[in-house]
Design a protein around this ligand. Sequence first.
Ligand code: ADP
Ligand code: MG
Length: 274
Amino acid sequence: MTIPTTASASASEPLIVADSITVAYGPEPVIIDVDLTIEPGDLIGIVGPSGSGKSTLLKALLGGIEPRTGAVARRKGLTVGFVPQVEKIDWNFPVTVAECVGMARAHGWRTPWISKSERAEITDVLDRLGLHDLGNRHIRDLSGGQQQRVFLARALFTGAEVIFLDEPTSGLDVKTRHEVLHLLGDLNEEGVTIVLSTHDLNGIATHLPTIVCLNKRVIGAGSPEDVLVPDVLEQTYGSPMQILEHGGMRVVVDGGPNSSVLPFRRAAGDGVAP
Ligand code: ADP
Ligand code: MG
């Protein structure tokens, strides 16, 4: 498989620039004044609580929704791929893994129209993502992690230079989450730019080189060391959090040092009325 590169443009030219964008579905904006630059080779996680505007920001960067004010500029000819949240997909759609990947190119709707060379490419992509034995399997009969990889395969098959993933590990178990993270890391090392959204600070965000904390506005952006600090987290999540160090990694724990323990964990006789 040919891994897409950005060789056609100057390596320093940003791929996507959001310039002070405000996005609204109704009267109230859901993201406000967001600036974000995506450079070739980036691996960026957009983090924030549910409803903070992560999916909306991805949509705006992809061009699926026009900002009310501000603008999104994409490098000319840029190919982008989108991996949706697997829980939101209707898996009863009757296609196999190979067909699902083949359909990612507009003309290759069904198996008979997939050319020999395309089939070889599909096999390569499936191999690359550890799906080689599953080409003829119905997409419904895959695990969550495998379904996730089918969508990555689709994005790679279209030659995407930037891949957006919305909550790529929600609903996955710990082992599968690690596999997905490693796979994303490998693809990134091979030159694919990756932007994902996640609400999972410890499982995902702390492992990424760059984090953007979003709560309608960008509260902080930078490395985990710069961004995972009490002020930024409290403004992002709306409640105090503690940061611990564990094996050189940041671990974010709910609640500040003085936050109360929930009633079902209070020991008997600790003076709290039942
Ligand atoms: P997140 O992905 O961080 O959970 P979203 O971008 O999905 O946040 O949503 C941000 C806000 O926009 C929420 O208040 C949500 O209810 C609202 N919203 C999202 N999509 C739509 C839509 N299609 N129409 C109206 N409101 C929407
Ligand atoms: Mg979302």
